[in-house]
Design a protein around this ligand. Structure first.
Ligand code: NAD
Length: 331
């Protein structure tokens, strides 16, 4: 086969172009393909390598993505193999079973741990130094599994955590208050799942706490309305899955935001999932806290001054994840 034919087979005729940054995406399902698409549009990277065990699906997505390449900044998109992880700047894992109607994220755990046991040794065998970004659910448990199975330093294994839930929270608050979401500062912390915690005590608009902002807004909402907003955030995935089978647009964008923070060494504060070591008395579990994200992964987690009730809810959330981690076999 000629070199040109080989490059075409790989998915890019321009495979010799100098590579500046490579992201390897493992799992070309709805989440992986949507992330690859959003990343392609972002212009952040010069090479996107996609892997999936379903070769037909992989080939279809790579072809489709490549047909959009002339509309965006120069980028190579190709199907690859684990060897591509060696020179990667970031490895994003989205492979795994997704929730079906009636399932919780925690129901997926055994299937997805099995998949990680297959994938992670193959990545590590390449000797890669790239940080891991995990999206597969239940994301906190899978981040913990990836950390243990890879043996990587804890700051280099990051879960997308509650970045998506935080975005949903900010969106719903912005809709409610009629304010641009970028001016609404509010976090969801803890599990990416049913035990997640809204940090109402620190939520603010224009530097004003919610309790102070409410009279300005003038809608006279009580605690019931706040609870409704949080329930909408928490149950968003169930609602979307009921409607269209799975969620992928917003998580695709959330993953691009985390990618950008890592590749551009931004030191951005994001509610990603990582291993806790004593924060709020919580140990040996991955969950989300506002964390500073940079090229090395996580440079530090920010200890928020939570209310006593929020702190207790966070500890309960940690217990929920810990109980599941105890059930999985990582040997
Ligand atoms: P999907 O079924 O569309 O895609 C999963 C892909 O993984 C498939 O293409 C499958 O072939 C591939 N795969 C499975 N085992 C593999 C292996 N051993 N090697 C390589 N590829 C393998 O599912 P989806 O909708 O893309 O969801 C993927 C995961 O992301 C699920 O666990 C889902 O729950 C999770 N998710 C997370 C968030 C979040 O906020 N973290 C949001 C949405 C979905």
């Amino acid at each position: 086969m000629s070199k040109v034919e080989q490059k075409r087979k790989e998915g890019s005729f321009h495979g010799d172009r100098r590579r500046v940054s490579r992201v390897v995406v493992i799992g070309a399902g709805n989440v992986g393909a949507t992330y690859a698409y959003a990343l392609l549009i972002s212009g952040l990277v010069s090479e996107i390598v996609v892997l999936d065990r379903d070769e037909a699906r992989l080939r279809g997505h790579v072809m489709d993505l490549n047909h959009g390449v002339s509309f965006v900044r120069p980028v190579i998109v190709r199907a690859g193999d684990y060897e591509d992880c060696r020179e990667a700047d970031l490895i994003v894992i989205t492979a795994g079973a997704a929730q079906k109607v009636g399932e919780t994220r925690l129901d997926l755990v055994h299937r997805n741990v099995g998949i990680f046991k297959e994938i992670i040794p193959q990545i590590m065998a390449t000797g890669t130094n790239a940080p891991f970004l995990i999206a597969t659910n239940p994301v906190d448990v899978m981040t913990y599994a990836a950390l243990k199975l890879s043996g990587l330093p804890k700051n280099r294994v990051i879960g997308s955590g509650t970045v998506l839930d935080t975005a949903r929270f900010r969106y719903l608050l912005s809709e409610h208050c009629q304010i641009d979401p970028s001016n609404v500062h509010a976090y969801i912390i803890g599990e990416h799942g049913d035990s997640e915690v809204p940090v109402w005590s620190l939520a603010n608009i224009a530097g004003m706490r919610f309790s102070e902002y409410c009279p300005v807004c003038g809608k006279n909402c009580g605690p019931l309305r706040k609870q409704q907003i949080f329930e909408e955030v928490k149950n968003a995935a169930y609602e979307i899955i009921k409607g269209k089978g799975s969620t992928y647009y917003a998580i695709g964008l959330a993953l691009v935001q985390i990618t950008e923070a890592i590749l551009r060494n931004e030191f951005s504060v994001l509610t990603v999932s990582s291993l806790l070591e004593g924060e709020y008395g919580i140990n040996d579990v991955c969950l989300s806290l506002p964390s500073v994200v940079c090229r090395e992964g996580i440079s530090k987690r920010i200890d928020l001054k939570l209310s006593a009730e929020e702190e207790e809810q966070l500890r309960q959330s940690a217990e929920v994840i810990k109980a599941v981690c105890k059930e999985i076999d990582l040997s």
